[in-house]
Design a binder for this molecule. Structure first.
Ligand SMILES: *Cc1c(COP(=O)(O)O)cnc(C)c1O
Length: 412
């Protein structure tokens, strides 16, 4: 997107704002799709960015959708997804969540414990229904390489492979649930193609073993995903050719056994992170005891990920000043919250900033606003804007002070 677009958006819609490049989203979707063996389907992970317009764009691109709450399920339905395109994963689904999923008739509820399966059975049998579920498994294998590892270690997710036999026996005896698939999500932010390929190989091996051992036919194999993108120095892009070659080789070995099985991968970050930026305006430039601070109108309340919340390593997101070049200086980029944790960038090298400059934080399309403590200090939500084929559309308008009163009652 060219420089004029940023300025125009700032002039018309104000700052701070999230801006998405719709063409880049489509490009990432195609890139991932083309690297997967032919029958594989992509399930967009709503939690990475639950905007209605983004969900609708993925629908248009041909994606299925993975939800992790009733709110996300509602969003998926409003966006126009057919129940057969929806799967639901979460370690803590309530009775209400499960009923909503059952009544909607989604493709698969990904179940994370025996207790959850029993609850679904009870809810389904009360309504004379039979419900399709998949078992989320925490496998014994542990392939390193994920930024956030979620299998092969103790976790609240899924059913340990070591108790799978007992679990299968119990669940297969529940008449109102049917195990249609298995699901393994081994972690997020994987940047090594070989690790992803090895993980898929292990999952397919496990799937075939299960079918042999328990004499049942899978209709769904959810491979998870965790396709990463580089954010920081020293990280590099996932090698898509290598990934494609590796997956195609693995699929070649299993496709006969898995013929007719619906195969899914899930993705949020890879599809969106690089297609979105957070734009904020420099309000003040000041110095304190030898350190320079750039105070902006947007902060960690709107972009927690860049402010290191939920991250172990305090490295900076890529950020730049619009239309500014030349001498760089070391600065701290901060927001306007009354807390020292409101730091968007620490010891960043930037050109000399002045009040009124536009600061753009890239790679912010996934886990941006959705991952942020937006009630903290009652700053209205920033607008979220998409640019597709040169056309600008507001997906979420800037919030209002009254938004914070919604649902509240006066007292005293
Ligand atoms: C968060 C999550 C995803 C999405 O992960 P990305 O790294 O954003 O692709 C997919 N599946 C499950 C089960 C998740 O919890």
């Amino acid at each position: 997107m060219n420089q004029h677009i940023w300025k125009n958006i700032a002039n018309i819609y104000g700052t701070p704002a999230y801006i998405y490049d719709g063409n880049k989203i489509a490009q990432q979707y195609e890139l991932l799709k083309n690297c997967l063996p032919e029958p594989f389907e992509i399930f967009y992970s709503v939690k990475s960015n639950p905007l209605l317009g983004i969900c609708q764009l993925f629908k248009k691109l041909g994606s299925c959708i993975e939800v992790a709450s009733s709110g996300e399920l509602y969003m998926a339905l409003v966006a126009g997804f057919h129940p057969s395109q929806i799967i639901f994963t979460s370690p803590g689904k309530t009775c209400e969540d499960l009923l909503y999923a059952i009544e909607t008739g989604i493709y698969s509820i990904n179940v994370e414990s025996v207790e959850e399966a029993k609850l679904i059975h009870q809810l389904a049998s009360d309504r004379q229904r039979k419900v399709n579920i998949s078992l989320r498994i925490n496998p014994n294998f542990n392939i390193n390489g994920a930024g956030m590892k979620m299998t092969g270690v103790p976790t609240q997710f899924g059913i340990d492979q070591s108790i799978l036999k007992e679990t299968m026996d119990i669940i297969q005896a529940l008449p109102s649930v049917r195990i249609r698939g298995i699901h393994i999500f081994s972690g997020s932010q994987m940047l090594d193609a070989d690790h992803i390929v090895l993980t898929v190989d292990e999952i397919m091996k496990l799937a075939v073993d299960l079918m042999d051992t328990y004499h049942f036919q899978l209709d769904f194999l959810d491979l998870g995903g965790g396709f990463g993108i580089p954010y920081f120095k020293g990280e590099s892009y996932l090698e898509m050719d290598r990934l494609q070659g590796g997956l195609s080789e693995v699929w070649g070995r299993y496709k006969k056994r898995l013929d007719g099985v619906r195969i899914g991968v899930e993705s949020g970050r890879f599809l969106l992170a690089e297609a979105g930026s957070f734009m904020t305006k420099v309000l003040y430039v000041k110095e304190s005891k030898g350190s320079k601070y750039i105070v902006c109108d947007g902060g960690s309340n709107q972009h927690a990920s860049t402010a290191f919340l939920g991250r172990y390593v305090r490295n900076n997101f890529p950020m730049r000043l619009l239309e500014k070049e030349g001498n760089l200086e070391e600065v701290n980029v901060v927001g306007s919250l009354c807390t020292p944790t409101d730091v968007l960038g620490q010891k960043v090298m930037l050109p000399i900033a002045e009040p009124g400059d536009l600061l753009i934080i890239d790679k912010s399309g996934a886990y941006g606003l959705t991952h942020s403590p937006v009630l903290f200090l009652s700053h209205v939500l920033p607008p979220e804007i998409i640019c597709l084929d040169g056309e600008i559309t507001v997906l979420r308008e800037r919030g209002h002070y009254a938004d914070f009163l919604r649902g509240q009652h006066s007292f005293c």
